[in-house]
Write a protein that binds this ligand. Structure first.
Ligand code: NCD
Length: 305
C-alpha cells in the first residue's frame, strides 16, 4: 500500500512505480473536488526551507490549511539554529517532536535523504540542490493528465537547464514509467547528467538529445521549459552566455498542434516571452494550481492512518 511504502516520506521520484503514480494521480484528481476538509485536523506540517521558494512552500502550506491542519516552519537559512552551526540531523531530531511531517528544501543534493535517516516522521523532499524535486514532478503529471490526457503515447519536450534543473530530473524519472517519447532540448553543456541518462537507459526510455527546438515543435504534445539555474553555476560568465539561449516566443506557437501545451515549473526569467501567456496553450499558471490538489493528496497519504 502507498501509505506503507512511503512511510519514511517522499525523497526521490525513483521510489515510484507506475502503480504508485497512478494511485497518487487518482487521489490528486479526487482532491480537485474537495476544496476544504478537516482530514488533517490536529496535524502539523513543518516547512523547513533553506532555499528560496514561492510556489512549493505556499502550496504545501495552503494544502495543509485546506485540509484543516496547521503549519510551522522557517524559510531562510538566517533564522534557524543552522546559522549557529547546528547540523541538519539535530534540526530534524528537534522538529520531529513538534510536527507530524516535514517538507524540506535545501541546496545540498543529499539533504532530504539524510534527514529521512534521522527522522521518525515522514520527510518530503521539496527540492534538494540540483538533484530532485519529486512533488513538483507529481503535480506536473497531474497537470498533463488533467489538461491533455493519458501519458502513454505522448511526445514530450523537456527544454532548458537539464544539468542543474531538479524538476526535470524528477519529471523524467516519473515519465520513465510510461510509454512516452522524450526530447531533451538543451545547450551542449547543460545536457542531462550521465547518472540520470543511465537510469533512463536502464528503464528503456525512448529519448533523444537535441539543441534546437523549432524543428520538433510540430510533433510535440507537451513542451516543458525550465529556467537556466543561475545559482548552481560555478562560473557566472558561463551563465551570462547561456541565460538567453532559449526564448520561446508567440510565433513559435504557430508551428504547434492544436492540443499542444506549454508547461514550466516557474519561476520564469526570460525563457518564455510574456506575450505567450495569453495563449490557451500556455498552461504554466494552471500548473501552479495543480500543486494544491497534488500536495493535499500527498499530505493526506503521509499523515492519515
Ligand atoms: C523550481 C525549483 O525550485 O526547483 N521551482 C518550483 O519548485 N516550482 C524550478 C526552478 O527554480 O527553476
Amino acid at each position: 500500500m502507498f501509505k506503507d511504502k512511503f512511510s519514511e516520506g517522499i525523497i526521490s521520484a525513483k521510489q515510484f512505480d507506475r502503480e504508485d503514480i497512478e494511485y497518487i494521480l487518482k487521489k490528486g484528481k479526487e482532491m480537485i473536488q474537495i476544496k476544504n476538509s478537516n482530514l488533517l485536523q490536529g496535524k502539523i506540517l513543518a516547512t523547513l526551507f533553506f532555499e528560496p521558494s514561492t510556489r512549493t512552500r505556499l502550496s504545501f502550506e495552503s494544502a495543509m490549511y485546506r485540509l484543516g491542519g496547521s503549519v510551522i516552519g522557517f524559510h531562510s537559512e538566517d533564522v534557524s539554529s543552522i546559522k549557529k552551526g547546528e547540523s541538519i540531523a539535530d534540526t530534524i531530531r528537534t522538529v520531529e517532536n513538534y510536527s507530524d511531517c516535514i517538507a524540506m528544501r535545501h541546496s545540498l543534493e543529499g539533504a532530504a535523504r539524510m534527514a529521512s535517516k534521522f527522522a521518525k516522521i515522514p520527510i518530503i523532499n521539496a527540492g534538494s540542490g540540483s538533484g530532485e524535486h519529486p512533488t513538483q514532478a507529481l503535480l506536473d503529471l497531474l497537470t498533463i493528465t488533467e489538461e491533455i490526457g493519458e501519458l502513454d503515447g505522448l511526445n514530450i519536450g523537456i527544454m532548458g537547464d537539464l544539468k542543474y534543473g531538479r524538476t526535470v530530473h524528477s519529471l523524467s524519472i516519473l515519465l520513465s514509467n510510461f510509454d512516452v517519447n522524450i526530447y531533451f532540448v538543451s545547450p551542449e553543456i547543460l545536457r542531462m547528467r550521465n547518472r540520470d541518462k543511465d537510469f533512463l537507459q536502464q528503464q528503456q526510455v525512448k529519448y533523444k538529445e537535441i539543441t534546437k527546438y523549432r524543428k520538433i515543435l510540430n510533433i510535440l504534445d507537451v513542451l516543458y521549459i525550465t529556467r537556466i539555474q543561475k545559482e548552481r553555476f560555478v562560473d557566472i560568465e558561463e551563465y551570462e552566455k547561456l541565460k538567453d539561449f532559449y526564448i520561446f516566443r508567440e510565433d513559435d506557437l504557430e508551428n504547434t498542434k492544436d492540443n499542444f501545451r506549454l508547461l514550466h515549473p516557474l519561476p520564469r526569467v526570460t525563457e518564455i516571452s510574456p506575450n505567450v501567456d495569453i495563449s490557451k496553450k500556455a498552461i504554466y499558471f494552471k500548473q501552479t494550481y495543480y500543486g494544491i490538489p497534488m500536495r493535499k493528496a500527498i499530505l493526506s497519504e503521509l499523515m492519515t492512518e
